[in-house]
Ligand binder design. Structure first.
Ligand SMILES: Nc1ncnc2c1ncn2[C@@H]1O[C@H](COP(=O)(O)OP(=O)(O)OP(=O)(O)O)[C@@H](O)[C@H]1O
Length: 307
């Protein structure tokens, strides 16, 4: 078992609190670190990989502090968000350089094995500058894997990667999680996390907002009050009918541009979406449009932090 543990960890940069009193345990399998931009995901990954000292609290790997502890570094692999600076190198040269930095006994064999693991053998002797974004991610992954770490940390690995390559990368991470590795990747996109993460940790504004399997996180996100704008053949009548509906928390009628707009706040969006057509039909009203008005991930995250 390999557990990466964060214990009341905070990190500030001057007056900016990037990570605020976060505690979490990352175990074997694939974990998604989900949060909007600026939530503190990169800072958390830098803290977990020993690149950054916590301002308070501790990060440990199986009880050993990660910060300033070279014996722990050899058990960690990091795939950073930034691109490889030396893109004139071939994939093989990049991975071998990493193998040599780790002072592996047989860097050539380790390099070959890592390139095989990420399916980059055919392109291994081409310059990285000729690679697609997905191939560059796999080259970075091979270089992070060359010393066979138990823990793999990836910062936004799917950003800018085309759908086919993304699928490929997801399969690789799934395979590594199934093989017993502790794999954590950050993302601001719910669907990416849904695809492969066994476990999800949500961070918002530097704080730990939620934790659980994907179903639990998805339920937290959908069982929240949601607002819709409705356009229909008779907004006033529909507003009156909706007010009597138990799942409706509030109804408002506005006419910003002359035409009326009906705003509805509901407690259970699934139940509301199912009930609305029957309700409209019984009143003889035609619903023309139903638009969620606060479906951005930011608003979901904000709700999670408040709850
Ligand atoms: N070196 C730094 N100096 C000052 N502030 C920083 C520094 N690095 C990060 N921050 C701030 O800390 C907060 C968290 O940033 P971080 O990059 O960890 O978030 P993130 O979730 O990874 O976001 P993104 O996905 O946009 O990179 C942000 O407010 C950011 O501006």
């Amino acid at each position: 078992m390999t557990d990466l543990v964060l214990d009341d960890v905070s990190r500030w940069y001057g007056n900016v609190v990037a990570v605020n009193d976060v505690s979490m345990t990352i175990g074997p399998g694939v974990t998604g670190l989900l949060g909007p931009n600026g939530a503190g995901k990169s800072t958390l990954i830098a803290l977990m990989s020993g690149f950054l000292a916590p301002s308070a609290g501790a990060v440990t790997l199986d009880g050993q502090p990660v910060w300033r502890n070279p014996s722990v570094y050899s058990r960690l692999g990091l795939v950073p968000e930034r691109e490889v600076s030396f893109s004139y190198l071939t994939g093989r040269q990049l991975v071998q350089a990493s193998a040599e930095l780790h002072r592996l006994r047989d860097p050539r064999t380790a390099t070959r094995r890592a390139l095989e693991e990420v399916d980059l053998v055919d392109a291994a002797d081409r310059a990285i500058s000729t690679y697609s974004k997905g191939m560059r991610q796999r080259a970075k992954l091979a270089s992070a894997l060359v010393h066979e770490p138990e823990v793999l940390l990836l910062d936004e690995p799917f950003n800018g990667v085309d759908p086919r390559q993304r699928m490929h990368l997801m399969e690789l991470l799934t395979r590594m999680g199934e093989a017993g590795r502790t794999v954590l990747f950050s993302s601001h996109i719910l669907e990416e996390v849904e695809h492969i993460a066994r476990h999800v940790e949500v961070v918002v504004s530097g704080r730990h907002a939620a934790s659980g399997d994907f179903g639990a996180i998805r339920r937290l996100m959908t069982d929240r009050p949601t607002r819709y704008t409705v356009r229909s053949s008779d907004d006033r009548r529909l507003a009156a009918a909706l007010m009597a509906h138990p799942g409706v928390r509030g109804v408002g009628l506005e006419a910003p541009t002359g035409a009326t707009e009906l705003h509805v706040e509901v407690t259970d969006m699934g139940a509301f979406a199912r009930a609305l057509p029957a309700l409209a039909r019984s009143e003889g009203i035609t619903v023309r449009e139903l638009t969620p008005t606060d479906e951005s991930l930011e608003s979901v995250f904000t709700y999670l932090v408040q709850s």
